[in-house]
Design a protein around this ligand. Sequence first.
Ligand code: PLP
Length: 405
Amino acid sequence: MAPIKPSAHLAEVRYEIRGALTRRARELEAAGQPIIKLNIGNPARYGFTVPDHLREAIAAHLHESEAYGHEQGLEEAREAIAAQQRARGAQHVEVERIFIGNGVSELIDLSLRALLQQGDEVLLPSPDYPLWSAATILNGGVPRYYRCLAEHRHMPDPEEIEALITPRTRALVLINPNNPTGAVYPRALLEQIVEIAARHRLLLLCDEIYDEILYDNTPFQPLAEVAGSVPCVSFGGLSKVHRACGYRVGWLSLSGDPMRTHDYRDALQLLAALRLCANVTAQWAVIPALKDTPTITALTAPGGRLHTARKAVVEGVAASKYLDLVTPGGALYAFPRIRSDRMANFNDDAFALRLLEEESVLVVPGSSFNVPNSRHLRLTLLPQPAQLSEVFVRMERVLERMATE
Ligand code: PLP
């Protein structure tokens, strides 16, 4: 009998953060080989815990979580999100324009599904968080990539963005602070980008899931404040800043001129209603997460574990003959590069496979983030700093072998 044929759309979609390399790592582990996994930003796997008061909020409301909830999310949680967005200067933020989902992941899909017609174009960063490309393609859109090169400290170039715009372009996606590069965009750059979006009537979609994970006092500028009356969707969630990936709670907040976003808001509501509601239980954690003092700063400040991990990575790169790095200003990753003056021919997929097979370290090749011929690899800053230092010793051994073979 003929095999069941999956959707042809999937041929263009990759998600290597949990792809073939990860499956190989699981096989090796099952065979008894311990693997250092640096492939995914999942804090609880590395000993980080969700703050107690978030857990307590869930426990206290467990009995109120048994029915389907509002399709847009718990009103009290949306009020806390609205208050945060207003405090950040976003315009026209109302609970009716906020949607809580099962993680930002679900809302990325929903936001594009509510927007795109077949063949519409979406401006995406390269490198991107690959779900943005996947969701664009799966909803009939076409990704158009603007580059965020190491040579430019991984900052987008507004001129390049504008040159990519066609009559089919509908939206401009930003990831700030950025995964995978760790770049945090300054206000002046965001102002230029908003100006382009306003002139070409594009919807701004800004993934700010790492909004409070910042190092060295790097300032974070929420896009909605700069966007003002320009339609803007800002995304945030519990997974990273609050270390609660497994709760599956994220939100989107629509800001800007309500007259221009009315129909889009209604489309979001219809799609939200079709899937009934997000996990109700975990939404109770949003209220203390946003109202109480942030707990992430103890980890990102000097002496904090994430800060020390980043230092270990910077030192590992400095000691390497082959690597360079734009030090991340935010988020949970480093995106080092193999220097072309030290190794002319380099294939990131082949390197990542060798690193796994020969040295039991799992990283994600840069090309997995929609960068052609990438010389980068991404690793998370979540392991213990000493383990990260050990990873650099192992990477150097593989690079040395590749250079001398
Ligand atoms: N957006 C970015 C930039 C991410 O890095 C991630 C997860 O790594 C997500 C969205 C998905 O987050 P969530 O756990 O809220 O679905």
